[in-house]
Design a protein around this ligand. Structure first.
Ligand code: 3PG
Length: 207
């Protein structure tokens, strides 16, 4: 299944919505122990920036990044908190400029060939493909490989243990991302054993 590519070693990137900042560090340790090397904390909750800072400080071995970035101010805030990469569902000139100014490793989102080409022109070889399943799924990315051979993708949106393998088998997919590993109810219950099981299963998909 592996095609030799990854996002800094990661093939599956948990996309996390963290309601409680206290869960950040035990969650990151659980994911790392399960064999997952990266975590994307989405800026969809007030605790996200603080959560990134705690993970960066207390679990330095996991590659911590920020997701759902929508404004230049968010990019500056997550850089200050120690995020080592940033992801956005899309891309605007202001976001691309802010990421460059901040020196943030940035994975902007694209859905169409024109958006992908524009990002490639701007120097972004690795692009998020979102929402992957609704936007054409693995079949779209397979088709995109012929006219856009340079682009590498991190698909998210609708990825499950059942379909992750079909993406990871593609030569132009570096890693898949998704929230299935860290369900909000398990996080609320602080059920790190159950999350660990999901993460170990995901780590197996990724090899
Ligand atoms: C993302 O921001 O990448 C998505 O919300 C993840 O999609 P999923 O919840 O369908 O995994």
């Amino acid at each position: 299944m592996t095609n030799g590519m990854s996002f800094d070693g990661a093939r599956v990137v948990p996309v996390v919505v963290l309601d409680e900042v206290e869960t950040a560090v035990p969650l990151a340790r659980t994911l790392l122990d399960a064999g997952l090397d990266a975590i994307e904390v989405t800026l969809r909750t007030p605790s996200a920036v603080d959560a990134i800072a705690r993970i960066a400080r207390d679990v330095p071995d996991i590659l911590v990044g920020a997701g759902s970035l929508r404004t230049p101010a968010q990019i500056r805030a997550v850089c200050d908190s120690g995020a080592r990469f940033g992801v956005s569902p899309g891309a605007t000139p202001a976001l691309l400029e802010a990421a460059e100014d901040a020196g943030l490793r940035f994975v902007p989102g694209a859905q169409t060939a024109s958006e992908m080409l524009a990002l490639l022109e701007a120097g972004f070889v690795l692009q998020k493909f979102f929402p992957a399943e609704l936007a054409g799924g693995a079949a779209f990315l397979r088709a995109a490989a012929a006219p856009l051979p340079e682009v590498r993708f991190m698909p998210t949106g609708g990825i499950t243990p059942g379909n992750a393998g079909s993406y990871l088998a593609l030569d132009n997919v570096a890693a898949v991302g998704g929230s299935w590993l860290t369900p909000r109810d398990l996080l609320a219950a602080r059920d790190f054993e159950a999350i660990g099981r999901l993460a170990r299963d995901a780590a197996r998909i990724a090899v």
